[in-house]
Design a protein around this ligand. Structure first.
Ligand SMILES: C[S@@+](CC[C@H](N)C(=O)[O-])C[C@H]1O[C@@H](n2cnc3c(N)ncnc32)[C@H](O)[C@@H]1O
Length: 289
């Protein structure tokens, strides 16, 4: 991270808070939470009331969920206590007392066993790709399934396409109306390393500001770029049923997304999709046995 000052002048990079920049750049809870809650309702026929946000980071998704209904409860799990602390200070503190009571943040590993009370588990922004072997990803999916109520769903996002395998930096301007002394800034997604043998990749997030100052390597991810087919196979192996893909059929990036269940995708050079699996209800016991 670059936090240098030149002759006492405070640069925008010095004022910036990387978690706030991250949320503004890659998270859209006001879009994602209603989308997944309404998908859950359409799929299961009942409203979503118990959410678990795995790899929750600052828990912005879980915080948004408890605001939407007085019966909504959420648990967020993350390994990084500093990130959770930021989420408590910036996101949880803005909730009402009642909303706060319905949100639990857990400092822990998603691979550890947890109570089986979630109706929907989400793992957003590709976080599960931190598990780079079949063994670990399968263990995660088994743990997630064991934490779902019968009929509950696991929903993940996934990205790929030919451009995801090319070392490159993609810059995007982020509108920032907040009165934080920074204003609009540039988010840079840096696909630094991609290994075609292992599919291991290193991706980095950098930020650039209007005064020319920068924050390099605000976040660095060592991931495996899993394919849709591999992830769906592992979800099935973990016991999920009706594992399916939602593909965005919007004609262009400027149009609102049109998610539809798909058995085939398009040869888009850069795509994002959702994968969903169902924890099957326990088999009913046969009479007389
Ligand atoms: C890419 S961030 C995702 C943050 C947020 N969920 C989002 O949608 O942007 C990945 C997060 O996963 C957390 N993480 C990585 N491995 C984990 C594990 N085994 N258990 C729980 N959290 C983990 C990291 O601490 C980090 O906050």
């Amino acid at each position: 991270m670059t936090h240098r000052r030149k002759r006492g002048r405070v640069r925008m990079a010095d004022l910036a808070d990387v978690h706030a920049l991250y949320e503004k750049s890659v998270q859209s809870p006001d879009h994602d939470v209603p989308f997944l809650a309404s998908y859950f309702r359409r799929y299961t026929g009942r409203p979503l009331r118990r959410l678990r946000e795995d790899f929750c980071g600052t828990a912005v998704f879980a915080a948004c969920f408890v605001k939407r209904h007085p019966d909504n409860r959420a648990v967020g799990i993350d390994l990084d206590e500093a990130t959770l602390a930021w989420g408590r200070a910036q996101n949880v503190s803005r909730l009402t007392a009642g909303q706060r009571r319905r949100l639990t943040l857990v400092h822990g590993n998603v691979l550890d066993p947890r109570p089986a009370n979630a109706e929907l588990i989400v793992a957003m922004n590709f976080s599960y790709m931190v598990f780079r072997t079949r063994r670990l990803l399968l263990r995660y999916f088994r743990r997630a399934r064991a934490s779902l109520r019968p009929g509950g769903l696991l929903a993940l996002d996934i990205w790929g396409g030919s451009e995801s395998q090319v070392p490159q930096e993609e810059a995007r301007e982020i509108e920032n109306p907040d009165d934080d002394g920074i204003g609009d800034f540039i988010f840079i997604w840096d696909q630094d390393v991609f290994d075609p043998v292992t599919y291991f990749c290193t991706t980095r997030i950098h930020f650039r500001f209007r005064d020319g100052s920068r924050i390099r390597n605000a976040f660095v991810y060592e991931w495996r770029l899993w394919t849709i087919a591999e992830v769906m196979e592992l979800m099935k192996e973990a016991g999920f049923r009706d594992v399916h893909c939602l593909w965005d059929y919007a004609d262009s990036d400027d149009e609102p997304e049109v998610w539809r269940r798909a058995d085939k995708g398009d040869t888009d050079p850069a795509w994002i999709a959702y994968l969903v699996g169902v924890n099957p209800p326990a088999p009913s016991r046969r009479r007389g046995r």
